[in-house]
Design a protein around this ligand. Structure first.
Ligand SMILES: NC(=O)c1ccc[n+]([C@@H]2O[C@H](COP(=O)([O-])OP(=O)(O)OC[C@H]3O[C@@H](n4cnc5c(N)ncnc54)[C@H](OP(=O)(O)O)[C@@H]3O)[C@@H](O)[C@H]2O)c1
Length: 261
């Protein structure tokens, strides 16, 4: 897609990856509808981008938030939806509160599905439209200490693939992108310490945003960012017991870094 023709609803615009994406997409000529829950941060981002864009305040875990974002997107003339909003969720599953798990599933899986559902008739009526879902390596390489997060991201991957296949005879493309760890506020100190202890690489948000923009331009259906993560995600698909064994060797370190509650 040519970005100077794009009118993009970007969720999670105020976050680490969202801000980097907003800056690059705006620099490439796209018009943005910035979505988030914090009006002041949305206004500050819009001002930093030159003030030419629009914003909508929406808590996407709430039906009225999804309705507000979808209504604003139609008014804005959006032809691209980037489902980027998300929350982290490091912790041993049995120690996590159900409310925390429920909220993670609502934000990372139900919200992008619901927003896509609300906007699909509108997007199908555009001459060209794209839905970009920001997943994670953990959607294909589910990780100990991230059971609910991995489940949500695996669900998002399945949703993206099924919808892409369902929309194959339309002009709506569905792109699923799976970054590895990114240096953003999503990762707590405990996650950063774990990544250091396991030698997991963490990418700069600008570098990941460049890859997202490249995938949007190219219209690729599926991209996994980072090596060796891409290889291990593939291996998990064909020989999950090998990954079980590899992760068993890291379990003590993961448990040592997991929050106690
Ligand atoms: N960071 C990583 O290591 C990593 C790795 C792979 C994939 N990802 C994915 O990349 C995406 C962006 O994450 P990030 O790292 O940029 O995280 P971040 O810096 O924590 O930003 C998260 C964004 O999501 C928004 N958000 C959270 N809950 C929301 C809700 N209920 N309704 C509406 N918006 C909500 C936040 O908005 P508010 O300003 O309203 O809080 C914020 O703009 C996520 O989907 C994440 O899963 C991240």
């Amino acid at each position: 897609m040519q970005l100077n023709n794009a009118r993009i609803l970007l969720t999670g615009a105020t976050g680490g990856l969202g801000q980097a994406l907003a800056q690059q997409l705006a620099a490439d000529g796209a018009r943005l509808l910035l979505a988030g829950r914090d009006t002041a941060r949305l206004a500050a981002l819009n001002a930093a981008l030159g003030g030419e864009h629009s914003s909508v305040r929406a808590d996407l875990t709430r039906p009225e938030g999804v309705a507000a974002a979808a209504g604003a997107a139609r008014e804005f003339g959006a032809n691209v939806l980037i489902n980027n909003a998300g929350v982290g969720g490091f912790g041993l599953y049995e120690r996590q509160d159900w409310d925390e798990i429920d909220s993670l599933l609502a934000t990372n899986l139900a919200a992008p599905m619901r927003l896509t559902h609300a906007l699909l008739p509108w997007l199908k009526a555009r001459p060209q439209a794209v839905i970009v879902n920001i997943g994670s390596t953990f959607g294909s390489l589910p990780f100990a200490g991230f059971a609910a997060y991995s489940a949500a991201k695996a669900g998002l991957r399945g949703f993206s693939q099924a919808l892409r296949r369902e929309l194959a005879d339309t002009q709506v493309a569905v792109i699923h992108l799976a970054p590895r760890a990114i240096d953003t506020p999503l990762n707590s100190d405990a996650v950063n310490a774990l990544n250091r202890a396991l030698n997991n690489r963490s990418d700069d948000a600008d570098a990941v945003a460049r890859q997202v923009v490249a995938a949007l331009r190219a219209g690729d259906g599926e991209r996994h960012f980072g090596f060796p993560e891409r290889f291990f995600a593939w291996l998990n698909g064909v020989a999950p017991t090998l990954i079980d064994r590899g992760l068993a060797g890291k379990l003590a370190v993961i448990k040592q870094h997991a929050p106690t509650r």
